[in-house]
Every structure is written in structure tokens, then in C-alpha cells.
Ligand binder design. Structure first.
Ligand code: HEM
Length: 129
């Protein structure tokens, strides 16, 4: 290890707190799932989904990705989405729904963008055959 190697990124829960912590994230995920089941561009993808598990996993993942005190222990994004034929248009529809619910809940745009920036790299594992 080089003595000048960078220290690990400090745990920063600023995004988690700006999302409203655990309660805020639970509300965002509940609203998101409500919007998704009404969205005919993507709701068919969730026809057979275990929504209770999905809700729990999304809450865990948003908590962990935003720096909150959670560790996501669900499937990898590749495992969860492989074989579903998810398109970039469907991915973008989900992101649009997430933005809509954060907007409705008054999440500051800067916070929205910081969360989205941490989810965007998952695109390659979610979209595919
Ligand atoms: C950044 C974007 C996305 C994230 C962060 C995400 C996150 C997740 C998570 C955490 C799970 C649960 C994995 C588990 O059960 O262990 C999951 C499952 C799933 N996701 Fe996604 N997802 C994304 C995009 C999408 C898109 C665009 C679609 C379809 C339009 C989709 C459809 C599904 C389906 C159908 C399941 C399985 C639900 C079940 O059978 O229980 N996801 N996703």
C-alpha cells in the first residue's frame, strides 16, 4: 500500500438525510410502486413480481446507496433483471417515475440528482435481453 494512497471515501449520509431518512425513503418507494403499477409502459414487467419483497429490497438499496445505515442484501442488479428484456426506454420510464415522486415529495433537485447519479451506473446490469 502506498503511503499516499487515498483514504476510503468517508461514509457520508447527506443524501440519505436529504431524502428524509428511513421514513422518507419508505414513502418514496411506496409512491414509486404506486406510480409504476399505473404506468402501462412498464407495469407488465411487474405482473408476476413479489411486490412485498421488491418494496423491502428497494428501501434497503436506496438507503444503502444514499449512505444510510443499511446494507443491501438482495440479488445483484444483473441477477434480478436478467432475462426480462428490459429496454432503455423502460429504464428511463422508471427513472422518470422516481423523479416524479421525489418532486411531489419536495426532495431538492440536487438531492434527486445525487441519488440518480448513484443509480445510473446500474443501467448496464438492468437493461438487456
Ligand atoms: C436503476 C434502476 C433499477 C433499480 C435500482 C432496481 C432495483 C431492483 C431491486 C433492488 C430488485 C429486488 C431484487 C431482489 O429481489 O433481490 C429488483 C427486482 C426487479 N426489478 Fe428492478 N430495478 C431497476 C430497474 C428496473 C426496471 C427498469 C424494471 C422493468 C421495467 C425492473 C423490473 C424488476 C423486476 C420485474 C424485478 C423482480 C421483482 C420480483 O419478481 O420480485 N427493474 N429491482
Amino acid at each position: 500500500t502506498r503511503s499516499d494512497s487515498p483514504a476510503p471515501a468517508p461514509v457520508d449520509d447527506a443524501v440519505y438525510r436529504a431524502l428524509g431518512g428511513q421514513t422518507g425513503i419508505e414513502g418514496i418507494v411506496d409512491d414509486l410502486l404506486d406510480v409504476v403499477v399505473e404506468d402501462e409502459r412498464i407495469n407488465f414487467q411487474f405482473a408476476l413480481a413479489n411486490i412485498v419483497r421488491l418494496r423491502g429490497m428497494l428501501i434497503l438499496q436506496f438507503c444503502s446507496v444514499s449512505g444510510g445505515p443499511c446494507r443491501y442484501d438482495g440479488l445483484s442488479m444483473e441477477e434480478a433483471h436478467a432475462g426480462r428484456g428490459i429496454t432503455t426506454a423502460q429504464f428511463n420510464a422508471l427513472v422518470e417515475n422516481l423523479i416524479l415522486v421525489m418532486e411531489r415529495r419536495g426532495v431538492p433537485v440536487a438531492t434527486q440528482n445525487r441519488l440518480l447519479r448513484r443509480l445510473a451506473p446500474m443501467h448496464g446490469d438492468v437493461v438487456g435481453p
